[in-house]
Design a protein around this ligand. Structure first.
Ligand code: GLY
Length: 298
């Protein structure tokens, strides 16, 4: 009989098309972020710290559509969404359409113990100003600074096929945390919000069942409540089957060109699962029993 993993960590760098010249950057970025979280979990740290560390690393890497790599909206501005959920307390901290912070996920973390679950736009930025302590480190900046040189050339951003980043972590105390961070969709309507800051759509975590984070077209993911579906599937299926079964619901949507999605999950026993309905899905995972592995598709 094999003992269950003591800790587990899985992340994704987006359900998207990865051009051959971008493969190495995606592998390297995912691996670096995984190592940042793995070190915390291995040392007996908490899932919340590990998930935030992973997402901050991905937000720093312009390869990914989050934080510094965020794509611009139709006005050429960066508006970001991010969320964290604690599976022990079911607390949610999320921000939508936030501007002028390098680490939206750290604003989401600062919101986690507060009553509101979701702050938007100027209200989210104001909250970040109040909570930008070294402990949380939202790192306030000029909104224009968030456009990396790659993203400023929006045609190049489109061809790079960016999407959301996400993470699920299980620590040795049995706590599960799920998180997301995104710059949304390239050239989208200003003010548009996708699945990433919406619990039950882009993410969910419950210590009794598991945790999940998604990537892809936020409208499709939200209309199908994919995170919620995976959680329900986890009540009766193994984690890999739960993810794949939920993603199959994408077939119900007729606008087939806008239904790309991918999901990562960890169940309460530390088993990992992931799947996608997109050309590629950058994924990395490690557990106390499995050394780091990186994939660009299933
Ligand atoms: N999945 C990110 C978005 O649609 O905004």
């Amino acid at each position: 009989m094999i003992d269950p993993p003591i800790w587990a960590l899985i992340l994704h760098g987006g359900a998207k098309e990865i051009a051959p010249e971008q493969e190495e950057a995606n592998r390297r970025g995912c691996l670096a972020a995984l190592v940042a979280g793995q070190q915390i979990l291995k040392a007996g740290g908490h899932a919340l710290d590990a998930a935030e560390a992973v997402l901050r690393a991905l937000e720093n890497d312009p390869t990914f559509n989050a934080g510094f790599g965020s794509v611009p909206n139709a006005d050429g501005q960066v508006e970001m969404d991010a969320a964290l959920m604690d599976g022990k307390t079911l607390a949610v901290g999320a921000v939508a359409g936030i501007q002028g912070v390098r680490h939206p996920v750290s604003v989401a973390r600062a919101l986690l113990p507060e009553m509101p679950t979701l702050l938007i736009g100027a209200g989210a930025r104001r909250f970040a100003e109040q909570s930008d302590s070294p402990l949380y480190g939202a790192e306030l900046c000029d909104p224009a600074e968030m456009l990396s040189p790659q993203q400023a050339a929006s045609e190049a951003a489109e061809s790079a096929g960016h999407d959301t980043v996400g993470c699920v972590a299980l620590d040795q105390y049995g706590d599960l945390v799920a998180g997301t961070s995104t710059g949304g969709l390239n050239g989208t309507l200003p003010g548009r919000v996708g699945d990433s800051p919406l619990p039950g759509c882009g993410f969910y975590a419950d210590n009794t069942l598991g945790g999940v984070a998604l990537s892809g077209h936020g409208e499709a993911i939200s209309r199908l409540m994919l995170a919620g579906r995976i959680m329900h599937e986890l009540e009766r299926s193994d984690v890999q089957s739960a993810v794949s079964a939920a993603l199959n619901h994408l077939n119900r949507l007729t606008d087939t060109d806008k239904t790309d999605a991918g999901a990562i999950a960890i169940d309460a026993g530390g088993n990992v699962g992931w799947d996608h309905r997109s050309p590629h899905f950058a994924v990395a995972y490690a557990t106390s029993q499995h050394s780091p592995q990186v994939f660009l598709k299933r």
